[in-house]
Design a protein around this ligand. Structure first.
Ligand code: CS2
Length: 486
């Protein structure tokens, strides 16, 4: 511990500086009604913040955080009574202590404790932020039976690895114990996240425990779709210093996010569910409308800024958005291409949405690194860029700009490989192999990448318009990373 200030704990809360928000409820009375998989920064800055608000009016909805891997924040949060600081990146910044976590359990190190929590009848809701790759789905969105974690969980060796394995096992035990199931709320950037997870769990449960149990899940368990949104840069040492100065207490697990936050939830949480509308969530029958706009406009633009920006030597989303060539290109991608693929009706003003995004990307208070967004491209591109490409092709519209983003991702992979830097992607090995074989010949190189069926399904990889557009864009980028349009 380098910071000389006292550590943030329940007993130091009275030493917080004025103007720092603290839990407005008695934490000793809080019960764990929620279990959460994937307690990374996004969860702590967004999902847990909503429950923190709810706890002021209803103490049943504290959150047990379960990490799927070892280590992580167990020690830091353990030493802080599971308290941490949220820095809201406005001008001026606001700081608030979040008290919604009741415990932090490493599912890998202490699986029995994690399972007990999931099976406990007081756990009514299981939320997840495990990123796209955490769902173990194939390119078509179905459960990937070849995935190592799925295979190991199917074999049933005792330990659990995949999210579908954890959910199936805990639902099985609840049913055996005569407890009602929990509701499962996926909070990741996947289109149709709830229904996709539901299908995967039902398929897995049928193989693992038989069709009768799968049928029980189908009839009894709710998997509402959700859309989550708040730009959440990673925690770094600068944030820790800033938080300690502003609050007067040292915190080893603070998080930061922009002020904007949105949680849209399908209005089918069932009885006995937290009243998340009271915490600021939007409950609606039409999550798809919000989710499509968010994935294609915000996340699509993010990936474009990341790959193109990194090729051109930029560091943050703000740098890339403010760049005289990249910014206007990404704005055209949003306004002309992605927006044209959004479902009509529903009252969403896509152009106003884009204008708000441009402001958010340019927010000087937010330092969001492109390298973080660039990770896991093989998992992100299909939702953000390739699904819109399908719609553009169907409508007979140009796919040049989204194809440029796909080509920039390929060039990014080649560049990392040549620089001897590892790719942060579940397909890193395959991508590095492809990148190593690349010679800067547009046709040969793009063919290699397009042969990755788990990213480019045959409908795209064999579509002459898409292939031609990717080749042309790749060829332009080889010569000049800013040569974005013909
Ligand atoms: C980003 C998202 O890292 C990424 O891929 O695009 O985390 C993005 O910041 C959030 O979805 C915003 O809500």
């Amino acid at each position: 511990m380098s910071d000389p200030r006292p550590r943030l704990t329940s007993s130091t809360l009275d030493r917080l500086h004025k103007n720092v928000g603290a839990p407005g409820y008695d934490r000793r009375k809080v019960a764990s009604g929620v279990a959460h998989f994937g307690p990374g920064v996004f969860f702590r800055a967004h999902v847990a913040w909503h429950f923190d608000r709810l706890l002021s009016v209803d103490p049943r909805w504290g959150v047990s955080a379960i990490s799927l891997r070892s280590g992580g924040l167990a020690q830091a949060l353990g030493e802080q009574d599971c308290l941490y600081t949220l820095a809201e990146l406005a001008e001026p910044a606001r700081f608030q202590i979040i008290g919604a976590l009741t415990e932090y359990v490493s599912g890998a190190d202490d699986p029995a404790r994690a399972l007990d929590r999931l099976v406990d009848p007081s756990t009514k809701l299981v939320t997840l932020t495990v990123t796209e790759k955490g769902y173990c789905l194939d390119a078509g969105g179905a459960l990937d039976w070849k995935h190592d974690d799925v295979r190991r969980d199917l074999a049933g060796g005792g330990l659990l690895y995949s999210v579908v394995g954890w959910l199936t096992e805990s639902l099985w035990r609840r049913r055996e114990a005569g407890h009602a199931p929990f509701t499962v709320l996926s909070c990741d950037n996947l289109s149709d996240n709830g229904p996709k997870l539901r299908r995967a769990v039902i398929q897995f449960a049928s193989e693992r425990r038989g069709p009768f149990f799968a049928q029980w899940i189908e009839n009894e368990v709710r998997f509402p779709a959700t859309m989550v949104d708040s730009i959440t840069p990673a925690t770094d040492e600068a944030l820790k210093r800033r938080v300690a100065e502003a609050t007067g207490l040292a915190d080893e697990a603070p998080v930061q996010r922009e002020s904007f936050t949105q949680w849209v939830i399908e209005d089918s949480l069932g009885p006995d569910a937290p009243d998340l509308a009271r915490a600021g969530a939007i409950l609606t029958g039409d999550v798809a409308l919000y989710e499509q706009a968010k994935l294609r406009l915000l996340n699509g633009a993010h990936s474009a800024l990341a790959y193109i920006g990194l090729l051109a030597g930029q560091e943050t989303t703000r740098d890339a958005m403010a760049h005289r060539i990249i910014g206007p290109f990404v704005e055209r991608l949003m306004r002309n291409d992605s927006a044209a693929t959004l479902r009509a009706g529903g009252g969403l003003d896509a152009q106003a949405y884009v204008s708000a995004l441009v402001e958010r990307f340019l927010n000087p208070a937010v330092r969001h690194t492109l390298s973080k967004i660039a990770s896991d491209g093989s998992q992100k591109l299909p939702y953000r860029i390739l699904n819109p490409v399908r719609d553009l092709l169907r409508a007979g519209l140009s796919v040049d700009r989204p194809a440029t983003v796909a080509a920039a991702w390929m060039r990014y992979a080649v560049g990392r490989q040549r620089a001897g830097e590892k790719l942060d992607d579940p397909l890193a090995l395959q991508l590095e192999k492809i990148a190593a074989a690349c010679t800067d010949d547009a046709a040969g190189d793009t063919d290699r990448f397009l042969s990755l069926r788990s990213v480019f399904e045959a409908d795209l990889a064999e579509n002459p318009r898409f292939v031609a557009a990717v080749r042309a864009a790749y060829g332009r980028l080889v010569g000049d990373p800013l040569n974005l349009e013909a």
